[in-house]
Write a protein that binds this ligand. Structure first.
Ligand code: ATP
Length: 240
């Protein structure tokens, strides 16, 4: 059974359809990348998968369970976390409070909360030592790269089995992009299933087990990274 399956998904905003029927699969423990130019619908797909917007048609299943009608908060509890484009950390809160908010829907309500939360925090701080050093600092004062680590850390606090990562490298200095990709590799070694949207197609393919190309709300190509690197259309449009 696939960790995540999307079947003929349609979604958009108001009356304008952006996704015209997208189907994809992410196997357990796989990292699948989505490539496509600006406005192709990648972010809309992530939103429709995680319940941030309601699909107009089609199905999304998480470990075989249909979730396309569930609320985003329920989808988090079922094991999917969405690290959104643009990071969206809570600027006036500390690093640690931002992280704890990410655990809100998943940790036990009272008994055992402190122990569980501490274990999760330790795990995130081991992955991103920079966040540990800055745990008491207000998130709004972090650099872009640190905010990206925080956004990923916050998503990980809910102990997801499937993580959606939307353009984690956006606007970051090259050294920070490397740090974020090192973290993505570490998460892969932990066995977290990931769906990654990434503007740098080369990097998206370098970490992926499989990839899909989206153009104007439809799939234009799919395949292993090696196969896509040799596809003349992909080469010309995204890897040139
Ligand atoms: P980018 O890399 O620029 O974010 P993308 O592939 O993620 O591109 P989307 O953000 O999904 O593309 O946008 C797809 C289409 O949906 C675009 O035409 C965009 O203008 C439109 N769109 C995105 N967000 C909204 C919104 N909140 N309301 C209305 N239209 C939107």
């Amino acid at each position: 059974m696939n960790a995540l399956e999307v079947d003929n998904l349609k979604a958009g905003y108001n009356k304008s359809e952006v996704l015209h029927g997208i189907s994809l699969k992410v196997g357990k423990g796989q990292l699948v990348s989505l490539i496509g130019s600006n406005g192709a619908g990648k972010t809309t797909l992530m939103r429709a998968v995680s319940g941030m917007i309601r699909p107009s048609d089609g199905a999304v299943s998480l470990a075989g369970k249909p979730i396309q009608r569930e609320a985003a908060s329920k989808i988090v509890r079922l094991g999917m976390a969405h690290c959104p484009e643009g990071r969206r950390v809570f600027a006036p809160l500390t690093v640690e409070d931002n992280l704890l908010l990410g655990a809100y829907h998943r940790l036990p309500g009272f008994f055992g909360y402190a122990r569980k939360a501490k274990a999760r925090l330790d795990h995130i701080y081991a992955l991103f030592p920079r966040l540990s050093e800055r745990r008491g600092q207000l998130a709004g004062t972090l650099s872009g790269g640190e905010q990206q680590m925080l956004a990923i850390g916050r998503a990980l606090m809910s102990e997801p089995t499937v993580l959606l990562l939307d353009e984690p490298s956006m606007g970051l200095a090259p050294v920070m992009v490397d740090t974020v990709f090192d973290a993505i590799q570490a998460l892969k070694r932990e066995g977290i299933t990931m769906l990654l949207v990434e503007q740098f197609a080369q990097m998206a393919l370098a970490v992926a087990d499989y990839a899909y190309v989206i153009e104007r709300g439809q799939l234009a190509a799919e395949g292993s990274p090696d196969a896509l690197r040799q596809d003349p259309r992909v080469l010309e449009a995204y890897l040139g």
